[in-house]
Write a protein that binds this ligand. Structure first.
Ligand code: SAH
Ligand code: SF4
Length: 405
């Protein structure tokens, strides 16, 4: 398990959770922010300027309170404070692993007043040349992929754009990654200069293309150059293959795409990723070929979880290479992360090596980067699960492969 360097923040009992009384402005698009200003009487002629000011304080400076917005008039600050907050999701626990991976457990209000609050995790993985934040798009997931722990939880609800952006805000708050903030101490945090959170992957809980509008709005806020400024090339959305939404994702959002393929035959993919019955492999790959903006410098990453004796034969590896020919692609082999009650095992290390050799020989050259933040596998693949059955060196080696670029 993750070695914890910092004591988790004391968790308040769920029963004592108090949902926020006022709405937060975090995560609103510029248009929605202007509407929020209009709703409290700010004249339309001021909207553009005010939005720009608030945007800067919120996303560049990380303001948590309207009183910090010194370039905004006192009257307007007071007015905003009466109606709104700049609140992020409540952080109920933080863990820092020896390799610098950080996990935050966040608490979100239930959909209906008085309902139990929900919890989602958000994970930060530092590497030598980047710091990646893994975000959730839903609480739970409606798609029951047979190897995924999240899929065993009933869908509780979609996250709002504010809650998705809120995960980035929490990470930047905790890491001291806003202009003028003091950098957090600890492994993996650059002391100065570079951005701490440089990349985003939508690979936490949920299927992002089943919560498209909120994910789109959140990622457009995240990539806005005057704010959080995370370039779209550094944002990757992972989908299980919701074919009808893929073109919209490319056209309206234009971030990098990762596709959870996991099998090369429909009969097997039907079992592993049941949404395949609706959108079979041929349709999925056609949607990939048509993904707007696809080129050799903007490749699709195909994720392939290594399940012992299920999808890891060398014939599968050859079929995978054939299947993807002609698509600008990267292949990401993910060691299966077991969770209590799962029916699969991770492929043997030797088998993964042989499998990857076939892929390598087909021209998918992948430099092995320093394996950092390998605990993210636990986070992305099996949120909230605590088992890690592989030995440390195995995990290291496997992670190094999975992190190839
Ligand atoms: N719903 C989206 C994104 C979240 S899952 C999707 O399925 O793509 C992120 C990645 O982790 C997916 O490729 C998913 O198939 C993989 N994954 C899920 N459970 C896993 C597990 N137990 N071990 C390894 N990878 C897993
Ligand atoms: Fe949902 Fe992705 Fe898990 Fe499948 S792998 S159940 S789509 S989160």
């Amino acid at each position: 398990m993750t070695a914890v360097l910092e004591t988790p923040i004391e968790k308040t009992p769920l029963e004592r959770y108090v949902p926020p009384a006022k709405p937060s402005l975090v995560g609103l698009t510029r248009g929605a922010l202007a509407d929020a200003l209009g709703a409290v009487g700010v004249p339309a002629s001021q909207h553009k300027m005010r939005v720009q000011q608030i945007w800067h304080w919120l996303y560049v400076r990380g303001a948590k309170d309207f009183s910090q917005m010194t370039s905004v008039s006192k009257e307007l600050r007071a007015l905003l404070d009466t109606h709104y907050t700049l609140a992020r999701p409540e952080v109920v626990a933080e863990q820092v692993s020896v390799d610098g991976t950080r996990k935050w457990l966040l608490r979100l209000p239930g959909e209906v007043a008085g309902e139990r609050p929900h919890e989602v995790e958000c994970v930060y993985i530092p590497e030598s040349d980047r710091g990646t934040l893994c975000l959730s798009s839903q609480v739970g997931c409606t798609l029951n992929c047979s190897f995924c722990h999240t899929g065993t939880q009933r869908l509780v609800r979609n996250l709002t754009a504010g809650e998705i952006v809120g995960q980035i805000m929490v990470a930047r708050d905790r890491l001291g990654d806003f202009v003028g903030a003091e950098r957090a101490q600890g492994p993996g945090v650059p002391t100065a200069g570079d951005r701490v959170v440089s990349n985003i992957v939508m690979m936490g809980m949920g299927e992002p293309l089943y919560n498209f509008e909120a994910v789109r709005d959140a990622l457009l806020v995240a990539s806005d150059g005057d704010g959080l400024a995370i370039s779209k090339r550094r944002i990757t959305l992972s989908t299980s293959g919701i074919v009808p939404m893929m073109e919209r994702a490319g056209a309206e959002l234009g971030v990098m795409l990762a596709v959870s393929l996991h099998a090369v035959r429909d009969d097997l993919r039907d079992q592993l990723v049941p949404v395949n019955r609706k959108y079979p492999i041929a349709d999925l790959l056609a949607a990939c070929r048509n993904y707007p903006g696809l080129s050799n410098t903007r490749r699709i990453t195909f994720e392939y979880v290594m399940l012992k004796g299920v999808n890891d034969s060398l014939a599968d590896a050859k079929a995978l290479v054939r299947l993807l020919s002609g698509i600008p692609a990267k292949i990401n082999l993910i060691p299966f992360n077991p969770w209590p009650g799962s029916n699969y095992q991770c492929s043997d290390w030797e088998q993964i090596e042989r499998f990857s050799e076939i892929i390598f020989d087909a021209g998918y050259a992948s430099p092995v980067r320093t394996p950092r933040g390998r605990d993210i596998l636990a986070a992305c693949g099996q949120l909230k699960s605590a088992t890690e059955k592989l030995s440390a060196p195995e995990r290291l080696a496997l992670r190094a492969m999975a992190m190839t670029d």
